[in-house]
Design a protein around this ligand. Structure first.
Ligand code: BTN
Length: 324
């Protein structure tokens, strides 16, 4: 049985219709195997027209970030050179973590069309229906262990720029690493690491983007977080292939910038894309403690500097509620 990419390129090389019989001959498979391949490609999102007496024609590309399509367009040197693609899985983080110990896994990307047990920050569930971009990237950063908390800033920056580039939408950043459009969350970042005191074994960065999903249906199952999606903002769906391509290219760019130049410029760029600095915020911490104050800066370790009535506070974790 040929791989989907081999069958797609067969169809792609035909300017018009090609008969089932000719396809079977070219692919070296039976007529019923041809039908199975056509069905599989349609499931992957390709539009394949079939006409009685003429055969099949590739009439539309897929918008899904399947590995063979990514390989055609992705301009990176290590991120996404190896892509694992699942139609359904529990969580891409779990697969990526299981691959992370391999010596050649730096830059491996795991993508799922849907997740059954997607994980969010602070042990929350992350709803991951079909239509979104749910992916995890294995990285082995050559930075001190103490600096690993800055990796999500790199990822958030990459997501923010990818959304802007691929859709034109005005995406913004909210501490610690939420991506927002019009004050509503469109994407989130999760970091899992394995580290010793002086060395990082691996980091797995999980990225969830509400691309072509119904945000009202997601909001209805959440506790008050304001959610949006790219398709809801645009009024039409967007190409997940283009968005994933831009995301992985930006991620590699900012990752290399962090490794080579430190986090200074990354944090500066992050701050430029944030509209929460200079505003009054309430930080809800894990123990449900609430700290109120003015968000004034992001410190070099990624913590948030808050000016409160009782002085400056450095906040290392929590959820921010911004008063717009
Ligand atoms: C957040 O809470 O804001 C972080 C959400 C991260 C979700 C992504 S989707 C791909 C990867 N797999 C998971 O189970 N979670 C992350």
């Amino acid at each position: 049985m040929p791989q989907p990419e081999a069958f797609v390129s067969l169809l792609r090389s035909e300017p018009g219709y090609i008969s089932g019989q000719a396809l079977a001959k070219k692919a070296g498979i039976s007529r019923s195997a041809v039908w199975k391949q056509i069905r599989m490609l349609r499931r992957y999102g390709y539009t394949i027209e079939s006409r009685h007496g003429l055969g099949y024609r590739l009439a539309g590309q897929t918008d899904l970030p399947v590995p063979w399509e990514l390989a055609r367009v992705l301009r990176t040197s290590f991120i996404g050179k190896h892509v694992v693609y699942k139609e359904t899985t529990d969580s891409t983080q779990n697969i990526a973590i299981s691959l992370a110990d391999r010596s050649d896994s730096h830059g491996t990307v795991v993508i799922a069309e849907q997740q059954k047990s997607g994980r969010g920050r602070q042990k929350r569930k992350w709803l991951s229906p079909k239509g979104g971009i749910w992916l995890s990237v294995v990285l082995k950063p050559g930075i001190p262990t103490a600096k690993i908390t800055l990796l999500p800033f790199v990822a958030a920056l990459a997501v923010c720029d990818a959304i802007k580039n691929a859709t034109g939408l005005d995406a913004r950043l909210k501490w610690p690493n939420d991506v927002m459009i019009s004050g509503k969350k469109v994407a989130g970042i999760l970091l899992d690491i394995s580290a010793e005191a002086d060395q990082i074994n691996y980091a797995v960065i999980g990225i969830g983007i509400n691309a072509n999903v119904d945000s009202a249906a997601i909001s209805a199952r959440l506790d008050g977080t304001k959610i949006t999606s790219i398709s809801d903002e645009l009024g039409h769906s967007t190409s997940r292939l283009d968005l994933t391509r831009s995301l992985l290219e930006n991620l590699e760019h900012y990752y290399l910038e962090m490794e080579q130049q430190g986090v200074g410029t990354i944090l500066q760029k992050w701050k430029k894309r944030s509209d929460m600095l200079g505003r009054k915020v309430a930080v809800v911490q894990n123990n449900n403690k609430i700290i109120q104050g003015m968000a004034t800066d992001i410190n070099d370790d990624g913590s948030l500097l808050l000016k409160t009535d009782v002085g400056d506070v450095n906040v290392v974790s929590g959820d921010i509620h911004v008063r717009y």
